[in-house]
Design a protein around this ligand. Structure first.
Ligand SMILES: Nc1ncnc2c1ncn2[C@@H]1O[C@H](COP(=O)(O)OP(=O)(O)OP(=O)(O)O)[C@@H](O)[C@H]1O
Ligand SMILES: [Mg+2]
Length: 353
């Protein structure tokens, strides 16, 4: 059931996240399952199996802020980004972007979405610039491509936007006529960022924007992202496995483990006082540049990332958690508010040191 209040449509579900004026995006109870394909066998009567890449994830993204999605490889970060952007729509859940329902989980149906408007306002920088930049196109054509499809403007105006975007990301006119293969890793990432900001979006999803770069270029790109955010009033969803990158760039942190959110809250609070053992481990194992500040690991991580096809019962982290008790093996922990604004999905969040 939907009710329309002024311009804002609100899904009347009691457990839906409240939509506040300051939020540009609210995603609630998102699931993304991939059915596992099997070889042809007409006698195979076994039940279909699914990869539960994203399992019941809810996030809100306030305007002008950065929300970081943090987690190790395979935990579902890219899948979540592709679900939010509807590039690979969720299996179920609800997404409200800029006050409008763009995905309605009842039956997992796509709403009638104005994709032209959606992608003008929501852009993505993909994980690997090598595969996301067409090697046959010149840089200027790569940046112009989304503008051609999304903005109803003349070629001259698009050319002007391309040049402005190149300048904004610290590249010169000379780079406009090069092919991606004639650029360094950092320059390719700048082109990918220029392409995303060219249609003047409001929300940009950055999928591991610096993971393929060396440390000095990483720092340049992070500073570039910060200045673009201020100059163009952008909101970011930052996907990363690097807690230092999340700490540097984000206002809010969402920690994912095997497809689920295990902890979320203001970045500074979560990093200063992590409540989930997995977040504690991530923070404890982050490299610290100053050896004098280094401490011994207080939380040891054991074992391997669990299967997202047959996840362990109870808390998915329990086989690797040194604090796990009987309840952790039996009951799935809910994401609970442990301190103001900080949530953790751990039965023992108040007990563990
Ligand atoms: N199209 C697909 N079909 C089946 N399974 C998929 C598909 N895409 C992703 N997966 C699975 O979903 C899970 C999450 O993958 P995803 O790419 O979202 O992880 P990630 O957190 O982005 O990892 P990384 O940090 O390595 O990029 C993985 O187990 C992956 O194998
Ligand atoms: Mg990924």
């Amino acid at each position: 059931m939907l009710s329309i209040l002024g311009r804002i449509e609100i899904v009347s579900l009691t457990d839906m996240l409240e939509v506040r004026d300051e939020d540009i995006l609210v995603a609630s109870h998102l699931k993304k399952y991939y059915r596992i394909r099997r070889g042809f066998n007409p006698f195979d009567r076994s039940k279909p199996k699914f990869v539960r890449a994203v399992e019941d994830v809810s996030i809100r993204v306030p305007k002008g802020k950065t929300v970081a999605i943090l987690g190790e490889s395979g935990c579902g970060k890219t899948t979540l980004a592709r679900a939010i952007t509807l590039l690979s729509p969720p299996t179920s859940g609800h997404i409200i972007f800029d006050g409008r329902v763009i995905f309605d989980g009842e039956g997992g149906k796509l709403r009638k979405v104005n994709y032209k408007k959606l992608y003008r306002d929501m852009q993505m920088v993909f994980q690997d610039p090598d595969s996301s930049l067409d090697p046959r196109l010149k840089v200027k054509d790569i940046i112009a491509e989304p503008c051609k499809g999304l903005l109803d403007i003349e070629k001259e105006a698009i050319d002007a936007i391309v040049m402005e975007s190149l300048k904004a990301v610290g590249l010169s006119q000379e780079h406009a006529y090069r092919l991606p293969t004639h650029l360094s890793g950092g320059q390719k990432q700048r082109v990918a960022i220029a392409r995303a900001i060219a249609p003047q979006p409001r929300l940009v999803i950055l999928d591991e924007p610096t993971s393929a770069l060396d440390a000095s270029v990483q720092a340049q790109i992070l500073n570039l992202l910060l200045s673009l955010q201020t100059n163009y009033n952008l909101t970011y969803i930052l996907i990363t496995h690097n807690i230092s990158v999340a700490e540097y760039l984000s206002d809010f942190l969402v920690v994912m483990y095997a497809g689920s959110v295990v902890e979320q809250g203001p970045t500074a609070s979560v990093i200063a006082n992590p409540r989930h053992p997995y977040t504690k481990t991530l923070i404890a194992s982050a490299p610290i540049p100053n050896p004098l500040k280094r401490t011994l690991l207080t939380t040891e991580i054991i074992g391997e990332v669990p299967s997202v096809i047959n996840p362990p019962s109870g808390c998915k982290f329990n086989p690797r958690c040194s604090y796990a008790e009987q309840i952790c093996r039996e009951k799935i922990p809910e994401l609970r508010e442990i301190s103001p604004g900080q949530f953790a999905a751990c039965h023992l969040a108040e007990k563990i040191p």
